[in-house]
Every structure is written in structure tokens, then in C-alpha cells.
Design a protein around this ligand. Sequence first.
Ligand SMILES: [Zn+2]
Length: 419
Amino acid sequence: MKLAVIGARLDGERVGLRAVDGVIAALGPEVEPAAGDRTIDGAGMVLVPGLVNAHTHAAMTLFRGYADDLPLMEWLTKHIWPVEKRMDDEDVYWGTRLACVEMIRTGSTCFWDMYWHAHATARAVEDAGVRAVTAAPLIDDCDEAKSARACDDADRSLGRIREAGGELARPGLAPHAIYSVSERSLRWVAQRSAELEIPVQIHVSETEDEVTNAVAQFGVRPAHYLDRVGLLGPRTVLAHGCWFDRDELNLVADRGATVVTNPVANLKLAVGRVFPYADARAAGVELGLGTDGPGSNNSLDLLSDAKAFALLQKNEARDPAAVTAAETLAIATGQQSGLLGGRGLAVGVPADFLLVRADAPELSLGELDAGLVYAASGSIVDTTVVAGRVLMTGGVVAGADEVVARARERAARLGLAGG
Ligand SMILES: [Zn+2]
């Protein structure tokens, strides 16, 4: 499978790009298409690395617009969890396919997912053509008696993800949070992740209550507790971290875990504190950006959230220089974390990239990075390529109409709004 892009701009010069077997094989001003290449005319476009949505619950597209504007626990216990109990593989498959269409349209080429029926997520990811780490939530209600079964279920889920996945969907483990998973299970996850060399995703330090309860129950703040159970390492993604203090951020940096901040979901759920980015950067913490699930954001447009991230941090620091557009884009493309694996555009790296419309009003003047973060949104993306395969061109994702129709059917079946 060979692809060539000609005439697009990169770092101010006109270049050609060739992708062979999913990898960038050639990139530069002299690069021309070879015989047998599918060729895309990139005139008027700029090449940009694909975005990495480093924390979401993709299939929750089905919940979008359902039971908004409620307190967190009421939303979860009265509205989300009862419906989730009734969801099946096909619901998760079509909810994820809908999310994939949105992410392809808005430039995310990879996402990190935590959701039920994770093998159905993996199947959807392979069919949609994007990359993802998919993981089923592990929850045992902090009850050690339920731990063995929850761990067995997680192990079985790994096997099913492997069967359904392939080149694009990779399995992970996802203990939900320290307030919903027992110490026994957390230690099991740490051990299993090390044995299999697979990543772990966990929600941590999202609310102040979580910190207060951790101190009362475990005698330490959440990051120290995760370290105690062996989960704070370079294979772990820590979603949120809003309430981390400096000591915790130093520990997280020391252990090499990645913190993924989800600014829009944090605002919508009113967690009350902005992720302490300045302290995290000073400590050398590896970082990523996520939308969180469409039930709590409600958008999957990571470029819009990149703007929210930058603006929040500037305001919080009372300093417009607190974070730059280039820094924000590096985080949003996974280049500030070894685990998230963003490596920019170069020969030998996976051919996951975008063509954005440089001639569109939002990008037609001024610096590209500033235009992408502050002026544009995901609608600026014209072409999305993952592993050398064209998933969208001219702003059109093949098969999107069917995906929308099927997702509506599934939402209607579940009695959700929009069905
Ligand atoms: Zn989440």
C-alpha cells in the first residue's frame, strides 16, 4: 500500500511525502510519487501530525445530549450506569464508530479508550481505520471479595480485545479509579501490565473529595497510593490529576507516568481546580491531552480542547506567556509523552498525518501554530491519514451516513435522546 502527497507545505516549504506499508518512507522538497502510488494533491494545504486524544470513552457518543447539566453522582448513578447495564457489543461498536467518524473529521488519528465491551471498541477501531488503546474498566467497588472475579474478567477482556484487534487496536488495562478498585486488584493490574508490557489507564485526582478520602483511608495522597501499589510507572496514563500537589507531580515525573489533562470535561463537571500545568512542566511530567467521554464534554474535537487548555492555563497563571501554541500542539499530538508515542513527521515514523486547509480564512494569515490552536477548530482538517491509509479526503469520511444512522438506531434502542 503506497501513498504520495505532493505540493503540501511543511515548515514553510513545499514538500512531497511518500508512505509505504504504513510508514513515512520519504519526505522533502525533492520527493515525487512513484509508480503505483495513490497520489493526493496537497496544494493549498499544510502537513500536520495526527492528534492523540489521550483519554476518552468513545462509545458514550450514544449518551450525548442525554441527562446533561446534573451533579456528577446523580448523572452517573441515576442516568448513565442503569443504561450501561443494558448495553451490548453492537451498541458499543456503533457508538465507537460514530466517535471514530468525529475524530477522523477533527484530526485525531489515535485515542486512548476506557469502556465496557472493549473488544467491540477494538473491532470498531479496526473497521474505522484509526489507532487506539482499548481497555475495559475494572471495578470491584473496593471490595476484596469481588477482586478475583474482576481481575479474571479483565484478563478475559484482554484476550477478546486481542482477537478483535489487530494492527490498530492495542489492548490495555483500565482500573477505573482508586475509589472504585480495591488494593488487591490495583496490585494485580500492576503485575499483569508488567508481565504483558501493556499500558494502564486510570482516573486519578479528579475531585477534591477523592484526595480527602485517599488521605483518610490510605494515609497518603492519590499519587503516593498509586506508587505504593506499583502502578506509577512509564506504562501508566493518569487521567485528570487536577488536584495533584507539587510533591505528587515530582513523584509522577520521577516514575515516568503520563498525566492526561481533560480541561473541557473538568469544566463541565465543575471539578473546581485547573490542572497545575506550570508545576507539572517544572517537575518534568510527561503530558497528554484528552477530551474525556462525549457524555461529559460533549465534543471529541481535540483542537477545540487544545484552545481551552491553553486559555485556562494562561488565566490560571495570570500570564499570557504561561503556555505557547507550539507547546499546546506538542501536547495534543502526543509528543510530550514517550507512552503516547507522538513523533512528529519524519522518515521512519508511522504515516499518521493530516492535511489542513491553509487557504481557509482561519489559517490564511499569521503563524500556523497560533492559527491552529487559537483560530481554527477540527473543521479545518481536510484529509486524515492513519498508517498510510486515507480515512478522509475533502472533508468526507466514507460511510459516515451509515454510521450515523446505525448509532441513532442503537441510541433509540437504549431509550436515549437523539434516537
Ligand atoms: Zn474518563
